[in-house]
Design a protein around this ligand. Structure first.
Ligand code: ZN
Ligand code: FE
Length: 256
């Protein structure tokens, strides 16, 4: 089975839309289409036809083009069942344990609430690709708009359990400011210093810092490290349980 082709489309300053294409079946999914124009342009340039939309959550910068794309292509819109009322044009309602298919490529659905109550992530195991929306960012995580620290920590633990080779296709280019914050928490973390320097270099060249490698995220992302002794010590939280430690780190980021 040929690997999925993943096209990254930067839009709205700091959002990413992904087009996920299976050459065998010809199916193409748009992950979190914020706007339609650049999706149409990329489809035309590639000669692809849109068959699916995969939404991670209801926010407008992830679903804004749902209706326009559906009207133009008749694509099938997949999103979180618990948030169906807030996802424009939803056809297929999914939750944890479900799979979505792009050709023969299976994407496993995880419930990852915290940023919103109905946030989901899609993991294409064979392709080592995780579409994490606004749950997990490179060196960061989403703000807690509709959930608790406990929910978000539980969500992030599910994603942290995935294999190190996984590439994280998150929905925003927030990495520079996330790196600044991460360094403020763990200034002596050598993996973090190396990644932060790489991010500076990439941004200077106008290149995206996403996707990132999940194995590296486990070593550098403070929001995946709320149960790590090195982080807790660096943050002055030695002996804290993971959930209150995570809540405190999230609070510090909100005020950073
Ligand atoms: Zn969002
Ligand atoms: Fe967003």
């Amino acid at each position: 089975m040929p690997a999925l082709t993943i096209e990254q489309i930067p839009v709205l300053g700091d959002n990413f839309i992904y087009l996920v294409h299976d050459s065998e079946s010809g199916e193409t999914a748009a992950v979190d289409p914020a706007v339609a124009g650049p999706v149409f342009d990329t489809l035309a340039a590639r000669g692809w036809t849109l068959s699916h939309i995969l939404n991670t959550h209801h926010h407008d910068d992830h679903t804004g083009a749902n209706m326009e794309l559906k009207k133009a292509t008749g694509c099938t819109i997949i999103g979180a069942g618990v948030d169906a009322a807030r996802i424009p044009g939803i056809d297929v309602r999914v939750s944890e344990g479900d799979s979505v298919a792009i050709g023969h490529h299976q994407g496993k659905v995880f419930d990852v609430p915290g940023h919103t109550s109905g946030h989901i992530a899609y993991w294409f195991e064979q392709d080592q690709a995780l579409f994490s929306g606004d749950a997990l960012f490179s060196m960061g995580c989403g703000r807690l708009f509709e959930g608790t620290a406990e929910q978000m920590w539980t969500s992030l633990l599910k994603l942290r359990a995935l294999p190190d080779e996984t590439m994280v296709y998150c929905a925003h280019e927030y990495t520079s400011s996330n790196a600044d914050f991460a360094l403020s928490v763990e200034p002596a973390n050598p993996d973090l210093k190396r990644r932060a320097a790489e991010v500076v270099a990439l941004r200077e060249q106008g290149k995206p810092t996403v996707p990132s490698n999940l194995g590296e995220e486990k070593r550098v992302n403070p929001f995946l490290r709320a149960d790590n002794d090195d982080l807790l010590q660096a943050a002055g939280l030695t002996g804290q349980d993971a959930i209150p430690a995570f809540a405190e780190i999230r609070r510090r980021k909100d005020n950073f």
